[in-house]
Design a protein around this ligand. Structure first.
Ligand code: MG
Length: 383
């Protein structure tokens, strides 16, 4: 069995769960977290939520579910290579997008705007709310009662006002401390996964092409190598071979650079990791520059492509109309949410009611949001 590094997170050194539970008999604490996440309702919803493309545009594009699995797979490889806790990295990766709204970033921006007078909407905080409160699975507590380390990893960013409400979990944002190395890994595994799959999906959708991608150093380098080695290869296979090599190159760079950085800092435990002034897991300077170039390319050519932009506009429209309808008349909500909105309104006023509406809208899959929109606003639709 692999021995974990002294600075890895372990079941023995966990800061524990909000509600005490006896340690699992046959699993580690983080295996238990991962299993709870896989069995959650929020996890299954990821199948019908998208990041850049909309679910009905094609069956072969990534969804948040396949994205989360890719992040977990990259994260596990990184964790194992660095003697870090693979189970914790996997749990964080599988849960990291649970709080995402329908329609990716456009949905999140729209909901945040709707919630501007009611405390805002942050998707990382919503992921935490899903695992802490919204999942209804256990007799003895709300949510999944995950360990501190998994929750710490899920909460990648947090605004300072919200961090102040979160007690121990919010402290690191106030003190500018770091999360565990496993959380740092999961964060960068996310970046590796989405940059590369957005290239793949963007090409498949015909929104970008290989000629354009040659502007980017990271792509161009691997394109040359693949063309030299396999001049006859079809474009589709060549593209996959290039992307495969890009991922490998990013992963290798991250492992090598992080090994050096760990040797330099030499943390004696997870406590040292948390108190360090900056993340220890990182890419080399050269790779950071290449990665930035890739992100800028995607921003300029893919995310702002008129077809993606049109869909984003529709997403804004759908989310805003749904939110407005429900916040102004909670009788439109299905019974369960109507009841919750009433309870929250009596304790927290408008802010409480708005939070339940946001939970409802954020929980929708892309296709459910579209159907709900039609049920509410199309006079010919049956409800
Ligand atoms: Mg992600």
């Amino acid at each position: 069995m692999q021995t974990l590094a002294q600075y890895a997170a372990t079941s023995d050194s966990t800061l524990g769960r909000q509600f005490y539970e006896a340690p699992p008999k046959y699993r580690s604490e983080y295996q238990r977290d991962r299993d709870r996440i896989v069995h959650s309702t929020g996890f299954r919803r990821l199948e019908y939520k998208t990041q850049v493309f909309v679910n009905h545009e094609g069956d072969l594009f990534r969804t948040r579910l396949t994205h989360s699995i890719e992040v977990a797979q990259i994260g596990r490889a990184l964790a194992r290579a660095l003697n870090l806790n693979e189970d914790l990295t996997e749990a964080i990766a599988l849960a990291h997008d649970l709080g995402h709204t329908p329609f990716g970033h456009a949905g999140q921006d729209a909901l945040n705007k709707c919630m501007s007078n009611y405390g805002g909407f942050e998707h990382n905080l919503q992921s935490l709310r899903v695992v802490d409160v919204l999942e209804e699975k256990y007799a003895e507590f709300e949510g999944l009662n995950l360990t501190f380390e998994t929750r710490e990893g899920i909460l990648k960013h947090c605004s300072l006002p919200n961090a102040r409400q979160l007690g121990q979990l919010g402290e690191r944002f106030l003190k500018q401390h770091q999360p565990s190395l496993e959380a740092q890994l999961a964060n960068l595994a996310d970046e590796i996964a989405y940059n590369n799959h957005d290239i793949d999906d963007g090409l498949r959708a015909g929104l970008i092409n290989v000629q354009q991608l040659l502007e980017i150093k990271l792509f161009e380098e691997h394109y040359r190598v693949v063309k030299d080695l396999y001049p006859q290869l079809s474009e589709r296979r060549a593209t996959h071979e290039i992307i495969r090599r890009m991922i490998n190159c990013l992963v290798s760079d991250l492992i090598e650079t992080s090994k050096q950085s760990l040797a330099g800092v030499s943390p004696s435990s997870i406590v040292d990791v948390r108190q360090y002034s900056s993340p220890i897991i990182k890419f080399s300077e050269q790779m950071i520059a290449m990665n930035l170039e890739l992100k800028q390319f995607l921003r300029n050519n893919l995310y702002s492509h008129f077809r993606v932009y049109r869909m984003s506009k529709k997403a804004h429209h759908i989310v805003e109309r749904l939110f407005d309808a429900f916040i102004n008349d909670t009788k439109l909500l299905a019974n369960e949410y109507r009841r919750k909105a009433k309870i929250m309104e009596s304790s927290d006023g408008d802010i409480g009611r708005a939070r339940i509406v946001a939970d409802y809208v954020a929980g929708m899959t892309d296709r459910y949001a579209i159907s709900e929109y039609n049920r509410l606003f199309d006079p010919l639709q049956l409800t």
